[in-house]
Design a protein around this ligand. Structure first.
Ligand code: PLP
Length: 406
């Protein structure tokens, strides 16, 4: 029996059998094509959130589905006891595209960050230096495992699970004085998102990131760049650090890297890779043939379809149009972001949850962050027409709201 087309049954099973850690909207999707998703009733939605920045090449991209299907007929999984051709190839391609010399593959963003945290501590351990503290930013988000909830600078994620992993400190984002004050002779790394995605799409100030790099150089501290959300073309560059003109020592990727097949990657320089010796870290699934074939294919599609330039172009256009809406409708407080990662913050009279629901009813998917911000992170293949249909619909909603308020 398949419950696929019966929303009531799906909800029933979910409530009964799934741990209730999510609060899903009243909809279930059964298929997708490009930037469009279809629900159990056949209703179409424009996917402006892309599985939270995951479906980088859209839904059911023919080249990606073919690559996954072909690979699944040959070899889905084999362990890291053996060489894996697609894993070696993907590692080489990521290194050639970035500052990095070495890669470790895992299965999610949190795992990629766990590896980064371990690697930073291992690096100083093997150098014989007693450095273990990791400084992160308040309002950051780095994942849901025990170490990454400790890294996350939002106590609401860790409070029920205390005691948290020790050795983490939090500073104001974009405040270099606060950061200098937090550094001690025990500081191993500074770990940052270049755009804080989960707390409302807040980009780092360019002078802050340049100063972070300088501080790291001065004090011999590692700079960990969490690009789980911003990496792989999302911001209009392959990696977000390219906007800032500085290199990190460690970078983490996940989300969009394999277009929806679970993957995580921790990249670092040759020198920092000395923080892991044989047996120090591992993963059963990490880097398996299916996931790394999918990621290699995503990288092919990104190049062939010029998707980084598209993210830049459509992102700029949307930011312009949304800023114009802000000038017209005072209900918009701020528009922030870069490329195809954009936050629209409303004034407190407009609830982000309400806006998300109205957009859903009109056939557009976004996420609500906190009380007043909606986030968009559509597939990198989004067209100008699709992006404009979102902006025009948002304007119609704002117009109707403005009328009601008069
Ligand atoms: N780091 C950042 C910046 C993220 O945005 C996320 C997820 O939203 C994570 C880490 C955790 O990734 P995952 O949910 O794949 O574990």
């Amino acid at each position: 029996m398949s419950i696929e087309s019966d929303l009531y049954l799906i909800k029933d099973y979910d409530k009964k059998y799934c741990m209730q850690v999510f609060s899903p909207l009243d909809v279930a999707f059964v298929k997708g094509k490009g930037c469009t998703l279809y629900d159990t009733e056949g209703k179409k939605y424009l996917d402006m959130i892309g599985g939270i920045a995951v479906n980088s090449v859209g839904h059911a991209h023919p080249k990606l589905t073919k690559a996954i299907a072909d690979q699944s007929k040959k070899l889905i999984h084999c362990s890291n006891y053996y060489y894996i051709p697609s894993r070696s190839e993907l590692a080489g391609r990521l290194c050639k595209k970035s500052f990095a010399d070495k890669v470790f593959f895992s299965n999610s963003g949190a795992e990629a960050n766990e590896a980064a945290i371990k690697l930073a501590r291992g690096y100083f351990h093997y150098k014989g230096e007693d450095k273990y503290e990791i400084i992160t930013a308040k309002m950051s988000f780095h994942g849901r495992t025990m170490a990454t909830i400790a890294a996350t600078g939002q106590p609401k994620f860790s409070k029920p699970f205390e005691p948290v992993t020790p050795g983490f400190k939090y500073v104001e984002y974009n405040n270099i004085d606060d950061l200098y004050a937090a550094v001690t002779d025990k500081t191993a790394a500074i770990m940052l998102e270049l755009i804080q995605g989960e707390s409302g799409v807040h980009p780092a100030a360019p002078d802050f990131i340049v100063a972070v790099r300088k501080l790291c150089n001065e004090k011999g501290i590692l700079f960990i760049d969490d690009e789980i959300q911003t990496g792989v073309g999302r911001t209009g560059k392959m990696f977000c650090y390219e906007h800032y003109g500085v290199y990190p020592d460690i970078m983490t990727l996940a989300k969009g890297l394999a277009g929806g097949v679970p993957i995580g990657a921790t990249l670092c320089t040759e020198e920092v890779a000395s923080g892991f010796h044989v047996g120090d870290h591992g993963s059963t699934f990490g880097g398996n043939p299916l996931a790394t074939t999918a990621a290699n294919t995503v990288l092919d599609i990104i190049t062939e379809e010029n998707l980084i330039a598209n993210a830049d172009l459509i992102g700029d256009m949307m930011l312009d149009k949304l800023q114009a809406l802000k000038a017209k409708y005072p209900m918009i407080h701020q528009v922030r972001g870069r490329g195809l990662l954009i936050g629209i913050e409303f004034n407190p009279i407009i609830s982000a949850a309400m806006m998300k629901d109205v957009l859903l009813e009109k056939g557009f998917l976004v996420s609500a962050i906190g009380a007043s911000t909606i986030r968009i992170a559509p597939p990198l293949i989004i067209s100008k027409t699709e992006a404009m249909s979102f902006v025009n619909t948002l304007e119609k909603i704002l117009k109707a709201q403005a009328k009601q308020m008069r």
